[in-house]
Design a protein around this ligand. Structure first.
Ligand code: NAD
Length: 284
């Protein structure tokens, strides 16, 4: 039976670290501050943004939630981003995705100042990550990596399979695992023989967005399974991409949904915000 990688316990540890970092900055007269822009009424986005504001409060980080109407134009949004870039009191700038269809997300994300890009989505931060240079790591893959490391099982030399090649999860996850000296196979919707590839993996990361996608036959006995997916199951309950009960019979470690990667993503955002405040105060 697999050991559960408890995102709640681990995230609490990372948030406590962020909180002590924030407290140390405050002693020096620096108040770490995160600005989050949300455009429109997407209910899931609103829940995520509310969660981020709560995390900030918990960690002693100031937060501003800037709610803009659905019909906000791209130019107006770019101007809000530019104003936050120029505001010395704001250390982190985050634009909640997805944006309404009339706004090109890449234009907005690319406009965020790299030193305030606490999501790690701008080309400068992505490029630095590829080169293995100091940068803001994207929160979800950074959270997955922390979960893997929490098992104490060495990553170096292991065969890792990542399912999903999105810019925010799959691709950066593959890069971070490569940087840890794993041998990585990045799978996607056009991958042939996916089952066999997964079943040979010591580390399996699922970031597909389909409930029950990873079945027990895709899990190697003794593997570490990290489930990034956030889905609604047939019963309407929140679930990941992995058939948790069946996969637990084979894996050595497995992360649950809820109570897994989502909490780690939030904790990593707090860490990045404190890092941004340190960076902009000349302390890094
Ligand atoms: P995405 O839709 O951008 O990417 C999905 C990926 O899955 C694609 O690269 C696609 O090629 C791959 N895929 C689709 N069908 C496939 C198939 N049959 N076989 C193999 N690969 C297939 O999604 P995303 O933004 O990367 O998110 C993935 C999931 O993770 C979603 O459920 C999302 O809600 C969740 N997510 C969770 C967090 C978190 O904090 N827990 C953060 C981001 C995303």
């Amino acid at each position: 039976m697999a050991q559960r990688i408890d995102g709640k316990v681990l995230a609490a540890r990372y948030k406590a670290e962020a909180a002590s970092g924030a407290a140390a900055l405050q002693k020096q007269g620096i108040a770490p501050r995160l600005a989050v822009i949300i455009v429109g009424e997407n209910p899931a986005s609103k829940t995520y943004v509310a969660g981020k504001a709560r995390d900030c409060a918990e960690c002693g980080i100031l937060s501003d939630v800037i709610e803009l109407p659905e019909q906000t134009g791209e130019q107006a949004l770019l101007e809000r981003v530019a104003a936050l870039n120029a505001d010395d009191a704001v250390h982190g700038v985050l634009v909640q995705l997805p944006l309404p269809a009339h706004i090109q997300e890449s234009h907005v994300i690319h406009a965020i100042a790299p030193e305030k890009d606490v999501d790690g989505f701008t080309p400068i931060n992505v490029g630095r990550m590829v080169l293995g240079e100091e940068c803001f790591l994207p929160c979800t893959p950074a959270g997955c990596l922390a979960m893997l490391q929490s098992t104490g099982v060495p990553i170096a030399g292991k065969d890792a399979v990542v399912i999903g090649r999105s810019n925010i999860v799959g691709k950066p996850m593959a890069l971070l695992l490569t940087a840890q000296n794993a041998t990585v196979t990045l799978c996607h919707s056009r991958t042939e023989n996916l089952r066999e590839k997964c079943a040979a993996a010591n580390i399996l990361i699922a970031a597909v967005g389909k409930a029950g996608f990873v079945t027990a036959d895709m899990v190697k006995p003794g593997a570490i399974v990290i489930d990034v997916g956030i889905n609604r199951g047939a019963d309407g309950r929140l679930c990941g991409d992995v058939d948790f009960a069946a996969a637990s019979e084979k894996a050595a470690f497995i992360s649950p949904v809820p109570g897994g990667v989502g909490l780690m993503t939030r904790a990593m955002l707090m860490q990045n915000t404190v890092k941004a405040a340190r960076l902009q105060s000349g302390l890094l």
